[in-house]
Design a protein around this ligand. Structure first.
Ligand SMILES: [Zn+2]
Length: 440
């Protein structure tokens, strides 16, 4: 029923050195309270690698067209988020008082549900701020170039106010596909080489599952997964999509929206002067769009492929389509995912008897599923089906495919994360022994 969606690359970056996230040069931005690698930084770091390989683009460089296609065309570089991080959308209201056990479980996603007060304690629910929660591991660094009087960088110097430790894994998406992007690369992210930033990038191609259209009469729920730059017809900033510029005829933005303004400033590399701050709608902003189901399905496909608003190639305006109310994932289900069920799943995977190439492919599949979960808060079953149909999965037997589907279908995000870790760290000898057992 679902047509294949646009091709995307699941990007996994592992920091070899500390990654300084914060104010940077041309490849970094300062956003208080948002700790991640912006898509612009990934794009800049990859462009630097390309130039190292092929020389600067321009007249006389026969590969200039490739550079333009990669970095100046339709390919969009999404943000890289620390693995295990999650963002609560702004349409989510929760009980912050928590005197009763019911309080912690009270979650109302107003994009889908109603409710103002906590059934446990009767207090008014509070709106999420859309902040990114990262699981531990953020190191604070103060560089001497910060002027203590203003808290700002002196003379356009680089500084960093937060860093992720070496070994941190970040995941994200590159929208679009190009063979150059499918090779593993070593990158420098988030600052000068002297302050760290070395990281390894791997990518896996997959196709996004086409978004399920809302039922007749239901609105399309769109959430920002990165800040978005919206303007009105006169070019003035706004915090909601502008119907003429950002939507399609027949689609109407419903008046109740959940958004918050942030300012986003970067440094202009050439002049070493700050760029004017851009007013953005923060990631986690949520909008509902009404219209006929076919129009909404067309719009959903376009938004997933192209993003929304201005400066999209730099990682602004990345969206996801929500089909159900948001629910917390981190704490839920931990008790049920003890070591034994997890080991059982791991053994099931081993017993499928995958060879080296298929095992590497499996790692890519698990990462793609994780990226999808980080982005949308859910692991769509369609995506697993699409991954199993990939050309690289062609060497699997029908039995292996069925077993993979049975093992991987319907995993909770926590289990998926832990299982990925187990798969990544499986010694080759264990795998070969299992393959021999299976062959007998
Ligand atoms: Zn309560």
């Amino acid at each position: 029923m679902t047509a294949p969606g646009p091709p995307v690359l699941a990007a996994t970056v592992t920091a070899r050195q500390r990654l300084a996230l914060g104010v940077g040069s041309e490849i970094g931005f300062h956003t208080a309270g948002h700790r991640y690698v912006p898509g612009s930084a990934l794009r800049g770091a990859l462009a630097a690698v390309w130039i190292t390989e092929h020389g600067p683009p321009g007249r006389g460089n026969p590969k200039t067209d490739e550079f333009r296609t990669l970095f100046d065309g339709a390919i969009r570089y999404g943000n890289l988020l620390p693995a295990g991080s999650h963002r609560t959308p702004l349409s989510v209201f929760q009980c912050k008082y928590s005197p009763e056990p019911t309080c912690a479980e009270t979650v109302v996603d107003r994009a889908f549900e109603t409710g103002d007060h906590c059934p446990g304690c009767g207090q008014r629910l509070e709106q999420s701020r859309g902040n990114l929660d990262t699981p531990g591991g953020l190191t604070r660094i103060t560089r001497t170039s910060i002027d203590p009087a203003t808290g700002r960088a002196k003379d356009g110097e680089l500084y960093a106010n937060a860093a992720l430790p070496a070994g941190t894994t970040l995941t994200g998406r590159i929208h679009g596909h190009h063979p150059w992007l499918t090779q593993p690369r070593t990158l420098w992210l988030g600052g000068r080489r002297t302050v760290g930033g070395q990281a390894d990038l791997t990518t896996t191609v997959y196709r996004l599952a086409a978004p399920a259209p809302p039922a007749p009469g239901q609105p399309l729920v769109v959430r920002l997964t990165s800040p978005a730059v919206f303007v009105d017809l006169a070019g003035r900033p706004r915090l909601t999509p502008e119907p003429t510029l950002d939507l399609i005829p027949g689609a109407t933005l419903l008046p109740e929206t959940w958004t918050r303004a942030i300012t986003w400033s970067g440094w202009h590399a050439a002049s070493r002067l700050p760029k004017p701050a851009e007013l953005c709608a923060t990631a986690g902003s949520t909008y509902r769009i009404a219209g006929d189901p076919e129009i909404l399905a067309t719009l959903a496909t376009r938004l997933l492929r192209d993003g929304i608003g201005l400066r999209r190639s730099e990682g602004f305006g990345d969206v996801t389509i929500a089909t159900q109310p948001w629910r917390p994932t981190a704490a839920a289900g931990k008790k049920d995912d003890g070591l034994d069920p997890l080991s059982k799943l791991h053994k099931e995977l081993l017993d499928i008897g995958l060879d080296d190439a298929a095992w590497r492919w499996l790692i890519g599949v698990l990462r793609a599923l994780q990226v999808e979960h980080h982005r949308t808060g859910a692991v769509p079953a369609d995506l697993l089906m699409d991954l199993l149909k990939q050309p690289t999965a062609a060497d699997l037997s029908g039995r292996q495919r069925d077993q993979l589907r049975q093992t991987l279908d319907g995993l909770t995000p926590a289990t998926l994360r832990d299982l990925t870790t187990l798969v990544l760290t499986t010694p080759a000898a264990d795998r070969q022994r299992a393959a021999q057992r299976t062959a007998r």
